[in-house]
Design a protein around this ligand. Sequence first.
Ligand code: CA
Length: 225
Amino acid sequence: MRVLVVEDERSISGFVRQGLSEAGLLVTVEEDGAGGLRRALSGEFDIVLLDIMLPGLNGLEVLRRLRASGVTTPVLLLTARDDVEDRVAGLDAGADDYLTKPFAFAELLARVRALLRRPPLQQDDVLRAGELELDVRRRSVHAGSIELHLSAREFTLLEYLLRHPGQVLTRTQLGEAVWGLDFEHDSNVVDVYIGYLRRKLALSEAAPSIRTVRGAGYVLTVEAE
Ligand code: CA
């Protein structure tokens, strides 16, 4: 799960980054409104934590532009002002929730988790594409009646693809989802693991395939019947 934190106060972004990273989330920090908007528009985040008082573009304006562009990523507003007008303006502009500073980290984490649990970001235990079935709890993968034996990295990669069906995923997205901070952007490890997965998926005619989108990345596709 990827979190974008748009916050200009480094003491806050530092503490939020550390806490969310320890909770297993991948955190990116931007310190001004324009940078935050650019990042958020990429659509590669599962949630955005957005400060209202930011240099340049303020948080409410970032939020309005984000929603006007059709980006539906959940947004949790962080505001120093415990001001009813601000909250109403934030919710009107498309915020999903807000938190007033100063806040306890436990409360932030609870709000973040609640937003990440909302559909369509619900984390299902069993993911399916065509005849392929991946059981997150049992760590098992079946293609029709065939059980596929995947390594831990292959499993995580396939799980990520299944959670983003029909969506073109870049090497960076896949690399960071599977290898986290250890991902080296100039390595070909994603392509290598896509190759491993393809070979295993090819064991069953019923399994979906991973299509290369030239210059963009990969997409999991189920062949039409
Ligand atoms: Ca601020």
